[in-house]
Design a protein around this ligand. Structure first.
Ligand code: GLN
Length: 229
């Protein structure tokens, strides 16, 4: 049950990186954010009796912001990795993602092996950057946002982009369809989690609220709204 009216509720400061459609991006003609992550954290916050306040920052600033208490939670299409688990705690996974390669339409790249010695654009501090750096002889250009990496591909400054598949697939339905194509399937599965400061009881509270949203069908409704069946 909802504990309090929104206006008298406690505030949950939620950090995100707001250029990551369809998970978080500005509503058209507005500074307010929308997307799957945004609607999910709003629903979770409501269940937990919080008023959600979004705080935008660079992706690589989110974990430091948690650890310096500038935000309470981070939701940003963030993959649960062993490396990050050393410095923050995560909720249960709320979405299964995976990386994907995007190239220009005229490219003959067929797999990641074809990227050896080529220039790869990616987003700073992400699993896509980590994967790019494993490619032998590749020059890696890391940008603040996934959109900037895609623009570099468009402008000919990179041979490929490596980034999260759902974000690349969404981009392919928009600006990407004019110049880009995807290569192959999603790489290995990457679970997204909501990050909290190590030891914070918010992880348990969020997990409980997430389980309730799954049980009530609200989670499925959101999922279908943003990703279809
Ligand atoms: N899922 C990727 C990661 O966690 C990318 C996240 C993002 O760019 N918002 O590294």
């Amino acid at each position: 049950e909802e504990k309090k009216a929104a206006d008298s509720a406690k505030v949950l400061r939620v950090g995100t990186e707001p250029v990551f459609a369809p998970f978080e991006f500005p509503k058209e003609g507005s500074k307010d954010l929308t997307g799957f992550d945004i609607e999910l954290i709003e629903a979770l916050g409501k269940k937990m009796g919080y008023k959600v306040e979004m705080v935008s920052m660079g992706f690589d600033a989110l974990i430091p912001a948690l650890n310096s208490n500038n935000i309470d939670v981070a939701i940003a299409g963030m993959t649960i990795t062993d490396e990050r688990k050393k410095v923050v705690d995560f909720t249960e996974s709320y979405y299964t993602s995976g990386l994907m390669i995007m190239v220009r339409k005229d490219s003959n790249v067929k797999s990641i092996d074809d990227l050896k010695g080529k220039t790869i654009a990616c987003q700073i501090g992400t699993t896509g950057e980590n994967k790019s750096r494993t490619v032998e002889g590749a020059k890696v250009k890391a940008f603040n946002t996934q959109d900037e990496a895609s623009l570099e591909l468009k402008n000919g400054g990179a041979d490929a982009v490596i980034g999260d598949a759902p974000v690349i697939e969404y981009y392919m339905t928009k600006a990407g369809k004019d110049f880009a194509k995807t290569v192959g399937e999603r790489m290995e599965a990457e679970p997204y989690g909501i990050a909290v400061k190590k030891g914070s009881k918010l992880a348990g509270d969020l997990n409980k609220a997430l389980a309730e949203l799954k049980k009530s069908g609200e989670y499925d409704k959101l999922y279908t709204k943003w990703f279809g069946e």
